[in-house]
Design a protein around this ligand. Structure first.
Ligand SMILES: Cc1cc2nc3c(=O)[nH]c(=O)nc-3n(C[C@H](O)[C@H](O)[C@H](O)COP(=O)(O)OP(=O)(O)OC[C@H]3O[C@@H](n4cnc5c(N)ncnc54)[C@H](O)[C@@H]3O)c2cc1C
Length: 566
């Protein structure tokens, strides 16, 4: 711990003694990441324990955030913004002289604007809260699949932003409007309309050039460019009731009035047909939400305990039903005619592309758990509708059950047109995963564990291949899964998230980013993060497992020992 007494005193003066801590137990609760449990075993250089911050500070206002940043600059302390902390890149990344700024006291929905369809929020508003409050006004936010408890502010300003609802509500890179931003220099910048008298927060651009690209870009800059304290998040129409849940306990809810809607499960036996159909589905604009569902995710979503999940896994009925994955789509309609229209369009697309609808009542559930009775099974499936499509409260449950947050074969997650995604899935993901399933390194949950979403009814898809490292043989080397796929994909020109530009362009981008960082973060106090953790890769990251692997390949000297696989 290197924070000086003087610096601690200055920080305490701003937030008060009850809002700053150096207690070891408190510090540790900000550096252990449960849902990444499987990643260390995958050998990607990522640990379940992150670095310990020197102190945790809880500001209660933008003014306090600004004062804290100024103190950090004065004492040369690094800082990292932490909204709800679901992703460990919100934890301290340096070993020493770093504080975590936990924004939980800034938790207000300041305004829900029906005229311009936005909600003005602070960092610790969760997406479930925002959903519940905005549906009362006939609107709703894009709900990312990271879970009910995450911060929409963090998502729209700083990190990723995809979910099943992205098919209609876009990726969150496109959902921030006006923003309040404490720059690493300590200045407060308001992007867009709020500085124009009486204009409100409806626009993130102008007057003058837009800085939204500088603020986050595609993936988000993970807190490395200061702290966002308010954002006006774009909202979309909600055609369901103003209140959904009337009772129950997570994850099983009681609902008296459902939206006029249809949950449809469907699948293809062939990736080419699947890709063709997805383009048509996008063009037809029939779904409110659409997500790809692997066998394990389905099993974990309907289970209520790890034991129950294990029984469902042993039945393998979903493995047999979805050998090539499946999709869950939710149509929400304004009237019966519209609902019928959407269903008939879907049927026509499925007929054209050899797709099949899977009816819940046709699934033959074997005996052995509470859900073997068809009524209970149908009820659980209906709950999937709430968990998967609306509240997103399935995510952490599912991660604690079978998936345990491992990334699977690389590219770890990919964002491109639908055809390219399926090309990568069939070239790297399915064969490499199958190989490691056969040799007992990973859980055998069927060949296809691909989670995916589609964006803006268009041609862009984002996917991840969730995989659980489960060594049947304790000596099996799970490192190979990540490394083998990484090497293959890298040699063919793919990075973990995007196609790889030519080396000259990477150098150019890095140079540009470096210059931008020098200008915006002159004292180097806003900490950088890497999307895949201490060992992961992201532009300008400090290095680690994957970065070193990439460096080796750029130098043309693959390290045979580390690439041996199992
Ligand atoms: C199991 C799992 C599933 C996930 N699924 C998805 C998914 O489906 N879609 C998706 O888009 N993402 C997903 N994520 C990624 C990520 O968790 C979310 O985007 C995220 O949760 C954002 O909200 P948060 O409150 O947890 O952010 P935090 O974890 O608090 O922060 C995330 C990053 O943003 C920065 N940050 C947070 N708040 C601020 C702020 N106010 N100002 C500046 N920087 C800030 C942090 O420094 C950190 O680098 C997933 C992560 C996990 C672990």
């Amino acid at each position: 711990m290197t924070l000086s007494e003087e610096a601690y005193f200055d920080l305490e003066t701003v937030v008060g003694p009850e809002n700053i801590s150096q207690e070891p137990a408190v510090l540790d609760s900000y550096c252990c990441h449960a849902t990444n449990g499987g990643i260390p075993r995958q050998g990607l250089g990522v640990d379940i324990w992150w670095k310990r911050a020197d102190a945790i500070v809880l500001p209660g206002s933008t003014k306090e955030v600004q004062q804290i940043v100024n103190i950090c600059n004065h004492h040369g302390i690094k800082f990292k913004a932490h909204s709800t902390g679901q992703l460990p890149v919100g934890f301290a990344q340096s070993k020493t002289n770093v504080i975590t700024i936990d924004l939980r006291r800034m938790n207000r929905i300041i305004e829900i604007n029906e005229q311009f369809m936005y909600a003005l929020i602070e960092p610790y508003v969760t997406q479930a809260e925002l959903f519940i409050e905005t549906i009362k006004h006939g609107m709703c936010p894009n709900m990312i699949d990271a879970g009910a408890s995450i911060s929409p502010l963090a998502s729209v300003t700083s990190v990723l932003g995809n979910g099943d609802s992205s098919i209609t509500r876009s990726m969150n890179a496109r959902n921030p409007l006006a923003v309040e931003w404490v720059l690493p220099t300590g200045e407060i910048l308001r992007l867009g309309s709020p500085n124009t008298p009486n204009a409100g927060w409806f626009s993130g651009d102008g007057p003058g050039p837009s800085l939204r690209g500088t603020m986050r870009g595609g993936l988000g800059l993970l807190g490395s460019r200061g702290i966002f304290t308010k954002v006006a998040m774009k909202l979309y129409p909600w055609h369901g009731p103003k209140k959904l849940v009337t009772g129950g306990h997570a994850p099983w809810w009681e609902v008296k009035e459902w939206p006029l809607s249809e949950l449809v499960i469907f699948k293809w036996d062939d990736y080419k047909n699947e890709a063709d159909a997805l383009y048509l589905i996008g063009e037809a604009e029939i779904f409110d939400s659409l997500g790809r569902l692997s066998t394990t995710k389905f099993e974990a979503t309907i289970a209520e305990s790890k034991g129950e999940w294990a029984s469902i896994r042993r039945w393998n009925i979903f493995g047999e039903l979805f050998p090539k994955g499946g999709w869950f789509g939710q149509i929400i309609s304004i009237n019966q005619e519209h609902l019928d229209y959407c269903k008939s369009v879907l049927k026509r697309i499925l007929d054209q592309t050899d797709g099949k609808i899977v009816k819940i009542e046709d699934i033959n559930v074997p005996e052995g758990t509470k859900i073997n009775n068809p009524e209970q099974f149908a009820w659980r499936c209906k709950q999937i509708y709430l968990q998967l499509m609306l509240f997103k409260d399935y995510t952490l449950k599912v991660c604690e059950m079978p998936m345990a947050g491992t990334f699977g074969p690389l590219p770890a997650m990919y964002y491109s047109n639908i055809d390219t995604c399926f090309k990568l899935i069939s070239k790297y993901h399915i064969p490499i995963k199958s190989k490691y399933q056969k040799n007992g390194t990973i859980l055998d949950d069927g060949p296809d564990g691909i989670w995916a979403t589609i964006e803006e009814n268009g041609h862009m898809m984002q996917f991840m291949n969730f995989t659980r490292i489960e060594r049947k043989d304790p000596n099996a080397d799970s490192k190979g899964l990540g490394e083998e796929s990484m090497v293959k994909a890298f040699q063919d020109g793919y990075l973990p998230y995007t196609p790889m530009p030519p080396i000259e362009r990477i150098l150019l981008i890095n140079k540009y980013q470096r210059k931008l960082n020098e200008k915006l973060n002159p004292y180097k106090t806003a900490e950088r993060s890497s999307l895949l953790g201490q060992g992961g890769f992201s532009p300008g990251s400090g290095g680690g497992g994957m970065q070193k692997m990439i460096d080796r390949f750029l130098r043309g000297r693959p390290n045979k020992k580390e690439n041996k696989g199992t």
